[in-house]
Design a protein around this ligand. Structure first.
Ligand SMILES: [Zn+2]
Length: 258
């Protein structure tokens, strides 16, 4: 019973952070401040949203997904991101229990949610978001006396991906990925160490390739070759798998060698 209460508490806290992530995802790529104004606007009519209409998940349900002022539909994505962040918070709590690890693991998941949706919308990953993640990763490693592993992870993650991009550009003249993905891998590597960074790149590339091929196949033939997908969400997904199951994956993979 007590555990159920904790899970609910962490879920609600996650939903509140998810509501903040909605602001981050909307404002940062548009070059707007996340601090000012402190209240939210309806993206349709620009009307200020009152606090009681801005309660994560609940307001969406009570208002039946419409703005109180203009009655236009509110995207289902807002409550979805709140719900997803609530689940991420519960997942982080189940992994770490009541310890400072929770802050860093949930922080990682929150940054990944922001990166995924901004990259889907704008095909960019803002530097300040990668930098926030990187600083959190280094700080977390410092608290665990794991600083060298963290720096090595950042170097391997960014360096390896940069190397692939460089080779493609030199050998085939194709720009396969942007510097944003390289910066993102410095952030991921700072959290996961070198093995996790390589895992994220390989699994992320594999998933991206599968979805890319399927997407090109499904989309109309004249558009073939033009089908482009952002890489960030796949790296993000792979890194989250590693954050949760990394220790087992690493032991299983390296177990035979050592
Ligand atoms: Zn409105």
């Amino acid at each position: 019973m007590e555990k159920a209460l904790f899970l609910l508490l962490f879920f609600v806290f996650g939903c509140i952070i998810g509501s903040f992530l909605n602001v981050v995802i909307y404002r940062i790529p548009r070059g707007k401040s996340i601090k000012k104004p402190a209240f939210s606007f309806c993206p349709e009519c620009g009307q200020k949203i009152k606090w009681y209409d801005n309660i994560p998940l609940l307001s969406y349900i009570l208002l039946r997904g419409r703005c109180r002022h203009c009655r236009k539909k509110i995207s289902l994505r807002y409550p979805f991101i709140e719900f997803l962040t609530g689940l991420a918070s519960v997942g982080a709590f189940l992994k770490t229990g009541l310890s400072y690890d929770y802050i860093f693991i949930f922080g990682f998941l929150s940054v990944m949610i922001a990166i995924t949706f901004i990259d889907i919308d704008f095909r960019i990953i803002p530097d300040e978001i990668n930098l926030t993640g990187f600083v959190m990763g280094v700080l977390y490693a410092a608290l665990k006396s794991d600083l060298i592993e963290s720096i090595a992870g950042a170097a391997v993650g960014a360096g390896f991906l940069w190397g692939i991009a460089y080779l493609y550009l030199r050998l085939r003249g194709i720009e396969v990925l942007g510097m944003v993905d390289v910066k993102m891998m410095a952030f991921v590597g700072a959290y996961t160490g070198w093995f996790g960074a390589l895992f994220t790149i390989f699994v992320g590339s594999f998933l991206g390739a599968v979805v890319g091929i399927l997407g090109a196949y499904i989309s109309k033939s004249e558009e073939k070759g033009k089908f482009e997908i952002p890489f960030g969400p796949f790296l993000s997904f792979a890194s989250v798998i590693y954050i949760f199951f990394g220790e087992s994956i690493k032991n299983w993979y390296l177990g035979g060698m050592m």
